[in-house]
Design a protein around this ligand. Structure first.
Ligand code: PLP
Length: 352
């Protein structure tokens, strides 16, 4: 198709294939739907909503509520239908994109679609942050550095000191450090204090994980007003659907359910990790998220073996440094129990 820019001709599609199984542990979703009482309140609000009317231009009401929730000015917030869209926008607006490898694949994918120069620095041993190499890369700039923290897909949390070091360098060199905090609730961390003191730090947050709203599609950027003005221009006018806004307004009124779910999932994660430490052939990496990265002797065999027992996980072995790896989301206590049984049963099977 000659109508499109040449770099788009041979671009592969986003690497995801839908599969189904009774126990779905492949997308790091919350295993818990929104509490019924809140769902009823959403339905009530939707009933009263005029479907024929456009929503706010830039999600003003949601941004006001979110501003109060975070104690952060509304001019420093952009709300979009998924933080994936915000990643795409940042990659498109950036002079260049700097990333770690392995990393959340949407950063690299978005840079490619936007034809933005892209570079990734490999993580160190045990997925350590390659701080020296990143600091050096920030000398050649400026641009946007994406850093998921806790990191995906390794589930590792980088220290506050390391992140502060990168932020300080970004301020000196004109880069924007984008901390993707998709999983921060599971680590008990919060980079808002850092963003308050440094306009070269922006945060990405999502409602898809701890909030249990993956199907609703909502995420937001926390940044300096000058950053938000640029990003907001890429979000189509009236871009946050009215029904999504109603869900967000409802949960922001009653956010305490999130803490309960996070507590349960963190306790389950620790139980899973303890149990997996005794697995004869799989290695479980420590996690500060709602998922666990596992190294197996054969990712395909592990994936298919689990699937035969009704459990869907995500293969990660196609990424450099993740040979043999699969990723499993923390589910309900029952699901996790089933997963453990299946994982240990697989080790009993003589290798085919
Ligand atoms: C899940 C996830 C997101 C969330 O994207 P949404 O579009 O908001 O659902 C963003 N970043 C990372 C690292 C994630 O794992």
């Amino acid at each position: 198709m000659k109508a499109f820019k040449p770099h788009l001709q041979k671009l592969p599609s986003y690497p995801y294939q839908k599969s189904e199984a009774p126990i779905k542990l492949d997308q790091n979703e919350s295993p818990y739907d929104l509490p019924l009482e809140l769902k009823k309140r959403v339905l009530q609000r939707l009933q009263e909503l005029d479907f024929n009317r456009y929503p706010d231009l830039h999600a003003e009401e949601v941004r006001q509520r979110l501003a109060a929730f975070l104690d952060w000015p509304a001019e420093g917030l952009v709300v979009a239908p998924g933080s994936n869209l915000l990643i795409q926008i940042l990659a498109q607006a950036a002079e260049q994109v700097l990333d770690t490898a392995p990393s959340f694949p949407h950063y690299a994918f978005s840079a490619r679609v936007a034809a933005t120069p892209y570079r990734a620095i490999p993580l160190g041993a045990d997925f350590a942050l390659p701080l020296e190499a990143l600091l050096e890369a920030l000398e050649a700039g400026p641009g946007v550095l994406f850093l998921p923290n806790p990191h995906a897909p390794t589930a590792r949390l980088f220290s506050e000191g390391e992140v502060r070091c990168l932020a300080k360098k970004a301020a000196q060199t004109g880069w924007l450090l984008v901390l993707d905090e998709a999983y921060h609730q599971f680590a008990g961390t919060d980079s808002l204090p850092l963003a308050r003191t440094n306009p070269h730090v922006a945060l990405l947050r999502t409602f898809s994980k701890a909030w249990g709203l993956g199907g609703i599609r909502a995420g937001y950027l926390v940044a300096a007003p000058e950053v938000c003005r640029v990003v907001q221009n890429f979000v189509p006018p009236f871009g946050l659907p009215a029904h999504t806004a109603q869900v967000l307004l409802t949960v922001l009124e009653s956010p305490t359910y999130v803490q309960n779910i996070v507590q349960t999932l963190v306790a389950e994660r620790e139980k899973l990790l303890r149990a997996l430490q005794t697995h004869p052939t799989w290695q479980a990496y420590p996690s500060q998220t709602n998922f666990i990265l596992l190294r197996t002797p054969d990712a395909e065999a592990a994936y298919q073996g689990l699937l035969r027992q009704g459990i869907l996980v995500r293969r990660q072995d196609r990424y450099p440094g993740l040979e043999g790896c699969i990723r499993v989301s923390v589910g309900t206590p029952e699901e996790n129990q089933r997963f453990l049984q299946a994982a240990f049963a697989l080790a009993e099977v003589p290798h085919a």
